[in-house]
Design a protein. Structure first.
Length: 138
């Protein structure tokens, strides 16, 4: 019986550690009169497992990409990246002037006060988060 309990406990711990728990705070999308805009948020990983944001999509845009602002030959440039790493028990901020999500080829401009911009975040552990973001002016 003791061996069985130990096995169950070990299996439970392994299963729990393998599931990353991501929390989203301060979610918003920038208002735009043009065809592109950006989404920002703070991602917190409360688990003991590393995880990465690997994809994003939204029905309000033809394309959504992960981006960062990088120093290229002394100039700041925006560039697409393939993942955003969120360390175990750590946080990542997606913010203006840094790492962010680009929503490209918007179907219609997004105006301040809208509260219905759907975003789907896909993580390296296979989990997806469905979010509704408010639109704010910068």
């Amino acid at each position: 019986m003791k061996k069985y309990f130990t096995f169950l406990l070990a299996t439970s711990l392994i299963s729990t550690a393998a599931l990353a728990e991501i929390q989203v705070q301060d979610l918003w999308v920038r208002a735009s009169t043009g065809s592109n805009t950006a989404a920002y948020m703070k991602l917190s990983n409360t688990s003991d497992s590393n995880v990465s944001l690997i994809n994003v999509s939204s029905p309000v845009s033809a394309r959504a990409e992960l981006h960062e602002i990088a120093d290229v030959e002394g100039r700041k440039q925006m560039q697409e990246i393939s993942t955003i790493h969120i360390p175990a028990k750590g946080n990542v901020s997606l913010e203006p002037g840094g790492t962010h999500i680009m929503l490209m080829a918007l179907q219609t401009p997004l105006t301040e006060g809208q509260k219905d911009v759907p975003l789907t975040l896909v993580f390296s552990d296979g989990k997806e988060l469905q979010l509704m973001a408010p639109v704010k002016a910068q």
